[in-house]
Write a protein that binds this ligand. Sequence first.
Ligand code: NIG
Ligand code: FE
Length: 410
Amino acid sequence: MKNHDSLWINATLTVVTQKGMPETISPAAIACKDGLISYLCLMSDLPQNPDEMATQVIDVAGACITPGLIDCHTHLVFGGNRAEEFNLRLQGHSYAQIAKQGGGIMSTVSQTRAATEQVLENSARTRLDQLLADGVTTVEIKSGYGLTTADEKKMLRVARRLGESSALSVTTTFLGAHSLPPEYRDRRSEYIDLVCNEMLPSLHAEGLIDAVDAFCEGIAFSADEVDAVFAAATALGLPVKLHAEQLSNCGGAQLAAKYSALSADHLEYLDEAGAIAMANSGTVAVLLPGAFYMLRETQKPPLSLLREHKVPIAIATDANPGSSPALSARLMMVMACQDFGLTPQEAIHGMTINAAKALGLDNDIGSLQIGKTSDLAVWNVKQPAELAYWLGGNLVQSVIKAGQSIYPMD
Ligand code: NIG
Ligand code: FE
């Protein structure tokens, strides 16, 4: 009787130590049974011959195995794209200027409203496949380009269907408070009422919402407006997250902390009071180097404050058609090191265990620990630090989801 379904041997494993930082053990072995990690040890400690332990034995010859990467902040479902707007930005128009003139998020809103669910699903699936080929096994997808009840519902249904029909896990986040739709220009409070009293309850009743997000910013919603959305979400028992302090400091981090948010994201303009509040509420700081880079932001998120106050740091693609048309999770790890000053270890942590925390899933995924779901990425590198070093390229050898090989496809 073999105790395990699959056993990977001669691997370099990234495990999470007591102190919470990833550590490498090598040469090592990892096994799974019924979709869960069932064994983990140095090769020299293997109790039996590998063939006697598992139905399938895979010798990875020194390759690194990490938890499957987790992209905890994306806007992967949207209509059209904004390559033209990028061109405008290259000519000196700012993101905020373009947004004020009705472009930016609103241009994607028009294209998303006009698209059918099938068109949205097909285009998002292409992007999801890119993330999978980059070692990602769990993706969060936000709504926020519909901004009517029907169109937000359309986006979330597409996200749910992607989760059901693709090999990856998808979590959904309702982002009705992403941008004020032009039809509500002089009726801001009516739009917030719509989000709180119609969109949230009805989409939640349909099981379409795992978390609730908002964009707290001068060009979007004030802290008071977001407060109302968070109060409504909390009343429904839904966890919250926030786009905070991206272009200016609006007190978003403290508001997020007040609601024990899973995460506050972007944070270039975070101050010490915000960092302390996040530390106290266990809110993860999700850094988004793709948006920082594409918007030519010069203010970096205050890494030393996050470290000093022990705020867990995650990294995500923020994949969206405007500020971050990013399709590689691993590239974000490289950029988080190069542009923000993270260590490669912090970057790996940021795309695994801390990203899991930012989704409230850290009991199930995000680290190589017995009992967790067997979501693994096997990489064609010998040292984990290389994951945050090679600029582009496809380093993935294989991706395992709940014990099953999902990439490359046969
Ligand atoms: O995370 N900051 C707000 N929302 C997105 C941008 C979306 C867009 O430009 O379409 C972001 O950067
Ligand atoms: Fe975003």
